[in-house]
Design a binder for this molecule. Sequence first.
Ligand code: NIG
Ligand code: FE
Length: 429
Amino acid sequence: MSAIPTQSVAKPLLLTNIGQLLTLKDVAGRNEPRRGRELLELGILQNAAVFCRDGKIAAVGSEVEVGARATQEMGADLRVFDCRRGTLLPGFVDSHTHPVFVSPRLIDFEQRIQGNTYEEIAKAGGGIRSSIEGVRNASEEELASTVLRVFEDMEREGTTTIEAKSGYGLSTDSELKSLRAIRRAAQQWPGTVTSTLLGAHVVPEEFQQRPDSYVDLVCNEMIPKAAREKLAAFVDVFCERGAFTIAQTERVFDAAQRAGLGMRAHVCQFTPQDLSKLARFEPASYDHLDCLTDKDLQSLAQQRTIATLLPGASYFLAHSYPIARRLIDAGAAIALATDFNPGTSPTTSMPLVLSLACTQMRMAPAEAISAATVNAAHAVRLDRQKGSIETGKDADLAIFDTKDYREICYWFGRETCRATVLKGQLAIH
Ligand code: NIG
Ligand code: FE
């Protein structure tokens, strides 16, 4: 699975004076998502340093040894960054975001405060459909500058890899324009972006009477065109009452498979669904899972598909939270992401998501960190390059002004990320 290429030249960099270094390295050296108790293993090193060269991690280990090697190899070319005893960890992988929209949805917001539900508001013409016109009328450049601002806001909170979806254009032209805007923004941002076509977000008004013809359009036009132009690595579907059925999701996944794209789906957000028909596609991720049935929970635990939990959406909709503890105990591989979008989760902050995961879903801070790094990297199939601090992986790091890693989940609404490293490039906030 590929990410959008960026052109960036990073100077060799040595990170020193680290308090806790969370490597997230697998003790057994496997490259698998973490399940059960493995989520608690952060691979913490003390008195360690990280040496980054050519955008990769060249060495990680004892401060004395790594420091000596970096100085010897690079001499005066080496940039040294003092972490001031802060916490160093892999940059967050935000594996589920919808950044291509024009306006916040303030009418929906006030209506929900008055007691209307997300589904009621959507049925009455609000919701996703009310974001379409803005995107259709915007130029690719305008959308790209909005998206870039989102990427930069995410980065200031420690995110270095982002999965970004289209999904508010809902015509072939506007979906492709949204994906081009993501690509354009990604080329101007030193972090890593992987994009997803979400043409099957809802049925737009003009297809209201013939939803299957809209699915035809997604399958026969949007997916092949996005694949041909290499604009997306994944195809996503909002599989839910009022959006798309399991049968329609199967059709979209079939088309994605034919086009050589990966698959992911929004499932069980408001209503339980039978996921067994989707298992044969082995999607990279199922996202939300707020209303998972017991049967699907047991079966998910046996699958390679990542269960991506999005507590920001539960918080913003004042909805029940996904059953993280039961998923973990059953052995499912879970990830955490922001679900940044104008309707259900307008947050760019992974630390806030981690805080919600701990306080509302009873995840331990260590579990939340594993879910937001190594497992989220698996959710976007970038696990060979991202998600842990190991020699040869991309130099994507976050430095927090905290003595103890648990503080990353403890403080909320307080920005403690001091700097990020994006493919070897240092950004001090
Ligand atoms: O992940 N559920 C579908 N998609 C988004 C909501 C999008 C919107 O309301 O604009 C979600 O919650
Ligand atoms: Fe979403």
